[in-house]
Design a protein around this ligand. Structure first.
Ligand SMILES: Nc1ncnc2c1ncn2[C@@H]1O[C@H](COP(=O)(O)OP(=O)(O)OP(=O)(O)O)[C@@H](O)[C@H]1O
Ligand SMILES: [Mg+2]
Length: 436
């Protein structure tokens, strides 16, 4: 894969994650010892993601990765930052800080942590320089500071470059692949077939030029009626992305629309209708068809059933599950209720007020919930067991009463392999003791 520009957007080229005090590796990600074997399977990596809106820290230092073929559930109450996380991944925002890698390519990069580091270093060195009197010593310190600032500036430059160019580079790669495919064919083609082959080559090149890496991640939105244009027919909605990608052949477009409609449990005749003619469940099926038609490798399903009747929620979940198996999709499944993600997710991340507070394999999280907020979420799930229901008590989460972070500061720590909790050292020891 050629990438001879001065960017650092390949994951393997990254040596440091930048940012003051950034841990060497983040929650849910392979530790350095295991990285070489597991690295290949990681499709999406979110590293120290921060997305601030003014003083609102909608997402604050969130890290996780999603392996190929995995369903990763992201849960937490309303306003905790789930949608913002999803929208940051598909580049609807210029993220504040952190890195997002997809297929090993950095598709999102923020700069705040580097700027903060420059500010911190300047303050630190200013103080240091004041305390020494030897001019030579002072100059040495100044040189150190200049080096630190230059390093951070290089990171900022690389981040901006990647943010802007990742799609372009991916498109270049796709064009190269088309060239490699057609070069030998064209060289060996008999005169009679050359024109047809040339036309096919030109068409594929045109589409390759328009390819955008980020379209390999598609999002299904929380509210299907708000996310589908009421003035467009279902045919227009489903084929829009393909047209943007350069598909012009009417037959190909129609074929794709009909295939998708069938896949999501609708029929051809629906293609010429408008969204208001459908029920909520059907609308969400259209939303799914619009996403899946792009042949994504990953789907972000943002509370895809929360706006639907309970009776049809299961149908839509089952549809997603079938598509996942059939198409080998990787899914980030967002919900605010643990019961929805329980049977569907391989691993689950629990968010609270912009932070990831616990991350574990699904079974493990239900068996050994450690963070008090997770326990509180679990206590809210009703079970079809009258005896259990009689004794079920809702545990309320009171962060101020629960944690003392005044001195001993919290971070994401691995309590046992694969099970991470946001906690400080004292809590870490307590959680380890519980698991023993
Ligand atoms: N574009 C924006 N501008 C300013 N603030 C925003 C924006 N988008 C989200 N927020 C704020 O960020 C926080 C997280 O919002 P987000 O929509 O990500 O939550 P959520 O977990 O998806 O909630 P829900 O379950 O209700 O969908 C909220 O406080 C919200 O008000
Ligand atoms: Mg949301």
């Amino acid at each position: 894969m050629d990438n001879n520009c001065n960017s650092s957007n390949r994951q393997e080229e990254q040596t440091s994650q930048g940012g003051a005090g950034a841990p060497a590796y983040a929650a849910g990600q392979p530790t350095p010892e295991t990285a070489t074997t597991e690295e290949d399977q990681v499709l999406l990596r979110v590293e120290h993601l921060c997305q601030y809106f003014g003083s609102t820290k909608a997402v604050d230092d969130v890290s996780f990765d999603i392996k190929k073929g995995e369903v990763f559930g992201l849960v937490g109450e309303s306003g905790c930052g789930k949608t913002t996380t999803g929208r940051s991944i598909i580049k609807l925002y210029d993220i504040t800080s952190g890195n997002i890698y997809f297929k090993g390519i950095r598709i999102g990069a923020g700069t705040k942590s580097y700027k903060d580091e420059i500010r911190r270093a300047r303050a630190e060195y200013k103080e240091k320089i004041q305390t020494v009197t030897d001019p030579a010593e002072q100059e040495k310190l100044r040189a150190e500071l200049r080096r630190t600032v230059a390093e951070q500036r290089a990171q900022i430059k690389a981040a901006r470059y990647d943010q802007k160019n990742c799609d372009k580079e991916y498109a270049q790669e796709q064009q190269q692949k088309v060239q490699e495919k057609y070069a030998p064919l064209l060289a060996n083609a008999p005169e009679s077939q050359r024109a047809t082959l040339q036309a096919a080559y030109k068409d594929e090149m045109r589409k390759a030029r328009k390819t955008r890496l980020v379209t390999k991640i598609q999002m299904i939105f929380q509210d299907p009626s708000a996310s589908l244009d009421p003035r467009m027919t279902v045919r227009e909605i489903i084929s829009e992305g393909l047209i943007i990608q350069g598909e012009r052949n009417r037959q190909v477009l129609d074929g794709a629309v009909y295939e998708m409609l069938e896949k999501v449990g609708l029929v051809r005749e629906h293609a010429s209708r408008y969204q208001h003619e459908f029920s909520g469940g059907q609308r969400q099926r259209i939303g799914i068809a619009r996403a899946v038609v792009m042949r994504p490798e990953m789907i972000i399903a943002d509370e895809p059933v929360s706006a639907l009747d309970v009776s049809i929620q299961a149908q839509v979940i089952n549809l997603l599950n079938d598509l996942r198996k059939e198409l080998g999709l990787t899914i980030l499944f967002i919900a605010h209720d643990l019961s929805v993600v329980k049977y569907f997710s391989d691993r689950i991340g629990v968010m609270y007020f912009g932070k990831m507070v616990e991350l574990a394999p699904s079974d493990e999280l239900f068996l050994n919930p450690l963070h008090p907020y997770t326990r509180s979420l679990l206590s809210a799930i009703p079970l079809p067991d009258p005896e259990y229901e009689k004794n079920r008590k809702r545990i309320e989460y009171k962060p101020l009463a629960e944690h003392d972070y005044s001195v001993d500061k919290p971070s994401m720590r691995e309590i046992k392999p694969g099970h991470f909790v946001h906690c400080n050292q004292a809590e870490f020891e307590k959680y380890q003791a519980i698991l023993k």
